[in-house]
Design a binder for this molecule. Structure first.
Ligand code: CMC
Length: 391
């Protein structure tokens, strides 16, 4: 009708119809394709969840085996990708490297761009699911100065990710079931979250019929920010700073409430969850379990628990319905697993990959129109041009 409704941050605007993820922020409910996140985190593995998100149903044994075999058949990246990695300074943030490499993969896999049929989409999907963990592992290996090598095709998807990340020329690699299970759970919890910032970015980029890989690269860039996926790194840096500062949580609580201070309590608050984040509840328990299974004592876990308790009792946080989100405890687990802090958001991206893919595929199959928000113009009215010498 020509009337433009202004909704900064799209707080009340639905951008699409979707059958993938159900989220009730008031009740703290999250379901993938109708399955409760609590049940999936306990009983499923990450690859099953990826299949569920992308294709709509849990796979049977044959479907899962074929899916995994197709992914494995695409788990080699072009050797020239190593040269691109070599060109980055060692100090480069892994999220920038990952986003660039994901985009660069298009050049080596041009058939992944014009994908109109379901079969072409499937081929692009298994390609990226095969290659992405390699890129994830190599961004970390680059940081650590380790040779860029592949994993082991006989392993499960998540087992292989860990092997690719951690195997070293200096010692034999031994699979640790605690780490595999912990990573599996974290990846499942991050696998989709309906129309969040990065997913909306993937959908809107893909809506111009740009290819899958560049749409994902755009999503990775969106995820990087500290208000979104980058929060997991920011939380750990915040907890570390509090520890260095003598554990004075009250000081940081006061900073978070001070409207003249840009500091926010990282890992707290959520656009949609206004009661609790169901993922945070699962992760808090997992953090205790993983640290105790690994025999790690981390004073930062106590600081996090203390901060959570104080915030939950504080009127500022109560009034604004601010609760710990998925990122409040995830970094503590990643740290216990030996993953460097700059890699935390990369791990989030690895988990979110199937969600981004599922949302991109749904958008293309529904033949959604190009995403193109409108605006309310607030600039100058018509002016005449002033020559440069008169300005
Ligand atoms: N610390 C202190 N105050 C906060 C915080 C926080 N973490 N989060 C929100 N507020 C205040 C905010 O200042 C505002 O106060 P007022 O009404 O007095 O102006 C009020 O709460 C509402 O905040 P908002 O910024 O309007 O809420 P939003 O829905 O636009 O933002 C958010 C949601 C997640 C970006 C925000 O809560 C935040 O910045 N949290 C910290 C970063 C973080 O943990 N991000 C991870 C999100 S979960 C993982 C993911 O899916 O990416």
């Amino acid at each position: 009708n020509g009337v433009i409704t202004l909704d900064p941050g799209y707080k009340n605007t639905g951008s699409c119809q979707s059958a993938i993820t159900f989220l009730d922020g008031e009740k703290g409910i999250l379901r993938y394709r109708g399955y409760a996140i609590e049940e999936l985190a306990e009983k499923a593995d990450f690859l099953e969840v990826a299949y569920l998100l992308i294709f709509g149903e849990l796979p049977n044994k044959e479907q899962l085996e074929k899916f995994h075999a197709d992914i494995k058949s695409h788990s080699v990246v072009d050797d020239d990708v190593k040269k691109i990695i070599d060109a980055f300074p060692k100090s480069a943030h892994p999220m920038g490297v990952l986003s660039s490499l994901t985009s660069a993969l298009t050049a080596f896999n041009p058939s992944s761009v014009n994908v109109d049929s379901e079969e072409e989409m499937y081929n692009a999907i298994v390609r990226i699911l095969g290659k992405f963990p390699v890129l994830v592992a190599w961004t970390m290996r680059k940081k650590r100065g380790l040779p860029l090598e592949y994993g082991d095709d006989n392993l499960g998807y998540v087992e292989n990710v860990l092997k690719m990340m951690f195997k070293s020329p200096n010692h034999d690699y031994v699979q640790n079931e605690v780490l595999v299970n912990a990573l599996d759970k974290l990846l499942i919890l991050h696998a989709d979250h309906e129309q969040n910032c990065s997913t909306s970015t993937v959908r809107i980029t893909g809506s111009s019929h740009a290819g899958l890989f560049v749409s994902l690269s755009a999503g990775i860039s969106a995820l990087w920010g500290p208000l979104h996926g980058g929060a997991n790194q920011a939380v750990l840096e915040m907890l570390e700073a509090i520890k260095e500062d003598g554990g004075d949580t009250k000081k940081y609580m006061a900073k978070a409430k001070d409207k003249n201070d840009p500091f926010r309590l990282m890992g707290f608050g959520h656009r949609v969850y206004k009661n609790f984040d169901p993922r945070a509840k699962i992760i808090k328990v997992a953090a205790d379990e993983v640290l105790s299974d690994l025999g790690v004592e981390d004073p930062i876990l106590d600081i996090a628990k203390g901060l959570e308790k104080e915030a939950l009792e504080d009127q500022y946080f109560v009034d604004r319905k601010l609760y710990p989100n998925v990122d409040f405890y995830s970094g503590i687990i990643y740290r216990a697993m030996g993953i460097p802090v700059e890699m935390f958001t990369v791990m989030f991206a690895l988990g979110r990959l199937p969600g981004w893919i599922a949302q991109w595929r749904e958008m293309r199959l529904r033949k959604e129109p190009i995403g193109r928000p409108r605006q309310l113009y607030t600039g100058e009215t018509l002016r005449s041009f002033t020559p440069i010498e008169k300005r």
